[in-house]
Design a protein around this ligand. Structure first.
Ligand SMILES: C[S@@+](CC[C@H](N)C(=O)[O-])C[C@H]1O[C@@H](n2cnc3c(N)ncnc32)[C@H](O)[C@@H]1O
Length: 447
């Protein structure tokens, strides 16, 4: 087998219509009109095609920069903006050839046929010629003569930042970002019972080492196939992300703010850890708030979900201090690239200053909402110091009522990288994503 198992939906005429849809999705991503999940939602089609389209798009995005390089070798001119759908088809074809077990002739035939579905019949010969050349080429082996962008699958500015930040580890971080992520679950019940229930259902799984609640499936599955998903006993959540709620803690009757809460993974964890806590889940994006509500309803927990900007509490805060605050800040997502493979195509160096300002502004504006003695957990899914310990260092320099507490990952302290402030987890191929955590306590000031 040459790669990932991928079955075109039989009902859809060798999957031609599914490839047309995938090309439209990917063209939106390449044009930066939408993120991959947004574009998938926008271009809906027969449910029978959904997982094939999703797999094609996620897989192609993961390898897009290498594939783009290989495709362009065979193009006489750069793709025109109005023909990004044809370029997307070429990338999708390259992905099938290099990374899936779709037989080459079937991949070429169905992808060429998809030109007509896009209304670009003129491109049939071009797509056919390029894919036939790609079919004989090595599209995935390491080749030091490749430009770094193609070789490592990341934009130059991103690689540079990784090399600067992690001179020893940058290549392992790149490998983790280019890998297919494992499907990780968080169990609400005793883990051994959940593992036994999964085994009874014929689902192979093993326990995580870092978090007591983490379970890895040997093979990804639709969530609907999981016993306990529908009633919130099981949630899909990376093992690193599962550390946040226990690090922040929760006690009965406490007021807890999750200030950047959507889609609600960590808020849900907090509510399940301590059902008698009073939790406010805030997010600036109303559509994403709807996703929190759906997750809350599934899990049957009580969380107050509100749309609001964490930087302007006057618009949504009732004036009563919080005992604990979680700031899971928007960030570069450099620690979770494998789960959001399209960010390598969309994130730009120019985005960074605004993200850094947002992170600092969120912290500054939320801090006064914390009671004296209360705790705030700042976390990101970034591996870059500028979004992590630098943000916390600057915050501590400005706030003499803030103390940075030590963090110990009980089960596997050796997996964490202690920073000047807080702890960093670097992403791994087989296990957790990359995460950063800093735990602050509010003290009375000397004044
Ligand atoms: C890393 S995600 C949060 C993930 C979430 N905590 C979870 O575990 O499922 C960051 C979130 O911050 C939200 N966000 C961005 N800017 C914000 C702001 N100014 N105020 C509140 N939320 C914001 C984004 O919409 C996004 O949902």
């Amino acid at each position: 087998m040459k790669g990932h198992s991928l079955s075109p939906p039989e009902a859809q005429g060798e999957g031609v219509a599914a490839r047309v849809r995938a090309a439209r999705v990917l063209a939106d991503v390449l044009a930066r009109r939408a993120t991959l999940p947004e574009a998938l939602a926008r271009h809906n089609g027969p449910a029978a095609d959904d997982s094939f389209v999703r797999e094609l798009c996620f897989g192609t995005a993961r390898h897009a920069l290498r594939l783009d390089h290989e495709v362009r070798r065979h193009l006489r001119q750069a793709p025109r903006a109005k023909d990004l759908d044809v370029h997307a088809l070429l990338l999708l074809g390259g992905y099938q050839l290099a990374h899936t077990d779709v037989p080459d002739h079937a991949a070429v035939h169905a992808t060429v046929a998809a030109t007509a579905g896009l209304g670009k019949g003129w491109a049939r010969g071009l797509v056919n010629a390029v894919l036939r050349k790609l079919a004989g080429a090595d599209l995935r082996g390491d080749d030091p003569s490749l430009p770094d962008v193609a070789r490592f699958g990341l934009p130059e500015w991103w690689l540079q930042r990784l090399r600067d930040a992690w001179p020893q580890d940058w290549q392992a971080i790149v490998n983790a970002g280019n890998a297919r992520p494992p499907m990780t679950l968080r169990t609400r019940r005793k883990r051994s019972l959940t593992l036994a229930a999964l085994a009874d259902a014929g689902i192979a799984a093993h326990a995580g080492t870092l978090s007591d609640t983490a379970i890895y499936l040997e093979q990804p599955l639709p969530v609907t196939a999981l016993p306990g998903f529908a009633d919130g006993e099981l949630s899909v959540q990376d093992e690193g992300a599962q550390l946040a709620a226990p690090l922040l803690g929760a006690a009965p009757g406490e007021r807890i703010l999750d200030a950047c809460a959507a889609p609600g993974g960590k808020a849900l964890h907090l509510a399940q850890m301590e059902p008698a806590a009073e939790i406010l889940a805030l997010d600036v994006d109303p559509r994403r708030c709807q996703r929190i509500r759906e997750n809350v309803a599934r899990a049957g927990v009580t969380i107050d979900v509100r749309t609001g900007d964490g930087r302007t509490p006057r618009q949504w805060w009732d004036g009563k201090p919080f005992d604990r605050i979680l700031v899971d800040a928007p960030c570069s997502a450099t620690g979770i690239l494998r789960r959001q493979p399209d960010i390598r195509l969309q994130r730009e160096a120019e985005d960074m200053p605004e993200l850094l300002r947002l992170q600092r502004d969120l912290l500054r504006n939320l801090w006064p909402l914390l009671r004296i003695g209360g705790r705030l957990l700042y976390c990101t899914c970034s591996v870059l110091a500028e979004e992590n310990e630098d943000v916390i260092g600057a915050f501590l320099a400005e706030h003499d009522d803030a103390l940075c507490l030590p963090i110990v990952f009980g089960n596997a302290p050796e997996q964490a990288r202690p920073r000047a402030f807080g702890q960093q987890l670097l992403p791994t191929v087989a296990e957790h994503d990359g995460f950063y955590f800093a735990l602050l306590e509010r003290r009375t000031t000397a004044a």
